[in-house]
Each structure stands twice: as structure tokens, then as C-alpha cells.
Write a protein that binds this ligand. Structure first.
Ligand SMILES: [Ca+2]
Ligand SMILES: [Ca+2]
Length: 230
């Protein structure tokens, strides 16, 4: 029985393939193994969490070459979502059921769960023009790993303006904004995950922009026509 991946003390993140091969060499007809179960941070019945049942029967010509053809379909693999556990050291327990011995045996592998991937986020697209100078910004994001901790949100007044902080290290995902008529505002956000990875700001004009239109320009014409003056 062997665990190919992850390797001992490996740094892992996201979806981790727990894979290898398992045989009982005492078997004379097949692999001698029927099931492989994966546990986390403890033995079965000894505080471990059952993660699931590995797919068993994968083609391993390398195993057959060493131990014989009856052991060829002895590969196993299981996809473990390491995002569901805490960062740091964990121990995987791979349980193998031998049909020859009619019993389970297990093997351990220590891993270090890390999160090195920055989140992604963006501000929802605004209409190109607005007539109401007060409107609501909304944003959202995703993170592979620990999850989003906070957002930073910035605004820029005009294409040649400079980016200014609107919110820093906020957990909010919505904010009212009031601008001035005839101005164009650009907005952008970035997210930071719980492991401290920070998203890069988007380039150029940010995530979205809107122009606040002066509607009062047309008002006098309408009024003048309304009272019959040309
Ligand atoms: Ca992350
Ligand atoms: Ca972004």
C-alpha cells in the first residue's frame, strides 16, 4: 500500500488529490483490496473525521510490473477539499480493507494546509449615465481557500482624477454614494482573504463607472413650452 500524493509534509491548498495504490500481496487472484476510506485528523472511531470513500480500481501498470498482473487495478484516489478545514498541520488517514485478511489497516500522511491564492472581487456594473446623484454601489468576491476577510473600495472623479479611498478594510458589500452633477465617477474594489492575500487593483478605469447627468438643463425649455412662450 502506498500514498503517492500528497507527499509527506506537503503544503496543500484547494482541492487536494489523495491518491496511491493498495494491494494485499497475499492475494492469489485479484488485488486483495476492496475499499479505501479517507479520514482526517484521527483514526476511525478515534476522533477522526470521515472524509469519504476513495475511488478504487485505477490502472497501475507500474504496480503490476513489480508485484504481478493481478495487482494491476489497484489505484485509488479521492478529491479532498482542504478549504473546509483550518490552515496548518493536518493528518490524513488512508484506510484499506483487505478481502484476504477481512480487516482494515491504515496509513498516515501529514500535510500543511495553506492559502497562497488572492481572492477576486469586483463592483457590480453601473449604468453609463444616472440622473440621480445618489446611488448604491454593490460588490462581491470569491476566494479559493480561507475566504474573504475584507474589501477596500475606491472612487475616482473623472478620467484624469486620482483614486481615493471610499472604504478601507470593510466587511460591507454595499454603500450609498453621492456625486455631483456632470461628473463621471469610476469605482474599483479589491479583497483580502483571511490568510492575508491581497487582490491586485484592476487596471485603468477600475471595475465600473457612471456619469451623473444634469437633468435641469432641459427643464426651462419644457416649462417655457408649457406656458406658451416661444
Ligand atoms: Ca485565498
Ligand atoms: Ca477585481
Amino acid at each position: 500500500m502506498f500514498i503517492d500524493s500528497p507527499t509527506e509534509a506537503a503544503n496543500v491548498e484547494g482541492i487536494v488529490t489523495v491518491g496511491g495504490w493498495a494491494i494485499d500481496r497475499a492475494s492469489t487472484s485479484d488485488t486483495g483490496v476492496s475499499q479505501v476510506h479517507i479520514y482526517l485528523d484521527g483514526t476511525a472511531g478515534g476522533g477522526g473525521t470521515g472524509l469519504g470513500v476513495a475511488a478504487y480500481g485505477g490502472d497501475r501498470p507500474d504496480v503490476a510490473a513489480v508485484y504481478g498482473d493481478r495487482f494491476r487495478y489497484s489505484g485509488y484516489n479521492y478529491s479532498w477539499n482542504s478549504n473546509t478545514t483550518s490552515l496548518g498541520e493536518h493528518t490524513l488517514y488512508v484506510y484499506v480493507y483487505s478481502t484476504i485478511a477481512a480487516s482494515w489497516s491504515h496509513y498516515q500522511r501529514q500535510v500543511n494546509v495553506v492559502d497562497t491564492t488572492a481572492p477576486t472581487s469586483a463592483i457590480s456594473t453601473l449604468p453609463e449615465t444616472m440622473t440621480n446623484p445618489t446611488f448604491t454601489l454593490t460588490w462581491s468576491g470569491n476566494d479559493n481557500g480561507t475566504g474573504i476577510a475584507t474589501y477596500d473600495v475606491q472612487v475616482r472623479d473623472g478620467a484624469d482624477g486620482t483614486w481615493q479611498n471610499l472604504l478601507v478594510d470593510t466587511t460591507k458589500t454595499t454603500q450609498k454614494f453621492t456625486g455631483q452633477v456632470d461628473h463621471t465617477y469610476y469605482f474599483r474594489c479589491r479583497a483580502t482573504d483571511l490568510a492575508g492575500n491581497v487582490e491586485i487593483w484592476p487596471n485603468d478605469d477600475g471595475d465600473t463607472y457612471t456619469h451623473i447627468k444634469g437633468f435641469q438643463v432641459f427643464l426651462p425649455i419644457v416649462l417655457l413650452q408649457g406656458i406658451g412662450i416661444k
